[in-house]
Write a protein that binds this ligand. Structure first.
Ligand code: NAP
Length: 271
């Protein structure tokens, strides 16, 4: 039996176990997906221990995505983002990848029917998710404007992303005028029914992805729907980052419908 897992702290409410185990069942793979909460001081020993025990793959979440980058050989994208969310133990040495970037891109393209190549895209947020999403959209061919509460972080991030610019939140209405893609990569909308984007700046030519997935229907997505925009909820990004990890680990196409079903069932049960 193969073992996959998630390393973070806390991981008790993770949606990844049911999502990945649904994929193993559908593809008839004898595997389990378990969660691990190592102390910060034990992180290096945990990754090395997983390798020594024959664990096949690990996802990595808050607060360890940046630190794991220094513990394994990373691919170009994870190096540029500066964070690893997937470790593959299948090769000669453990390798680190970042599937959040492709997760956001696939969510926009598959569920939002967005055409990123040549698009003007706006990413709100310059934290961990913002970094991954900005690189993912730029790799898809979009010109990315990054807007963040702390403007300096947006400017710093934009310096690392091809064709990107950095801004404060105050200029969002101007940035959104010609944009066709908008991603909220802040945590705004999670704790309270709030949005980082003024409703009257939204319009019908936008595809809007909210990385927040609890709640699924955020105020931003409700405002976007009212403005006639196409909306994509955060569970789609979560699903496709998981699908990308599954594909990296197994070399097989992810059964996204089964994974989506398991993910949304757990989200409904948690409500
Ligand atoms: P993070 O690194 O802590 O970054 C938080 C971001 O939110 C920063 O840009 C921060 O701006 C901004 N922010 C926080 N409070 C704000 C407020 N009141 N007004 C305006 N901006 C505010 O967090 P993260 O890891 O990037 O995660 C961000 C969100 O993405 C979380 O909700 C997380 O669950 C979600 N996420 C979803 C997926 C998925 O697959 N769907 C994947 C990863 C993350 P400052 O820089 O000014 O502090």
């Amino acid at each position: 039996m193969q073992v996959f897992g998630l390393v973070g702290n806390p991981v008790g409410h993770s949606l990844s176990p049911p999502m990945h185990e649904a994929a193993y069942e559908t593809r008839d793979i004898d595997a389990r997906y378990v969660t691990f909460e190592p102390a910060a001081d034990d992180l290096a020993a945990a990754v090395e221990g997983a390798r020594a025990l024959g664990v096949s793959g690990l996802n990595v979440t808050v607060p360890y995505k940046e630190r794991v980058r220094d513990l394994v050989a990373v691919d170009d994208l994870a190096a540029r983002i500066g964070a690893v969310n997937t470790v593959d133990f299948g090769g000669d040495e453990p390798t680190g990848h970042n599937t959040d970037a492709a997760g956001a891109r696939r969510a926009l393209e598959v569920q939002g029917d967005a055409d990123l190549d040549g698009a003007d895209a706006v990413v709100v947020g310059a934290g961990g998710a913002g970094r991954a999403v900005a690189h993912g959209l730029a790799d898809g061919g979009a010109a990315v404007a990054i807007a963040n509460r702390t403007e300096e972080r947006a400017v710093d991030l934009a310096a690392d992303v091809p064709s990107a610019t950095g801004h404060g939140l105050d200029v969002l209405p101007g940035l959104l005028g010609d944009a066709t893609v908008l991603v909220n990569a802040t945590s705004v909308g999670m704790e309270a029914d709030e949005t980082p984007v003024p409703a009257d700046a939204l319009h019908g030519d936008l595809v809007v992805l909210d990385a927040v997935y609890a709640p699924l229907e955020t105020r931003l997505l409700r405002d976007a729907a009212t403005a006639g925009a196409t909306t994509v909820d955060g569970a789609w990004m979560l699903l496709y980052q998981g699908a990308e990890a599954f594909e990296l680990w197994t070399g097989r196409r992810a059964p996204v419908a089964a994974m989506d079903d398991a993910l949304r069932t757990r989200l409904r049960d948690d409500r």
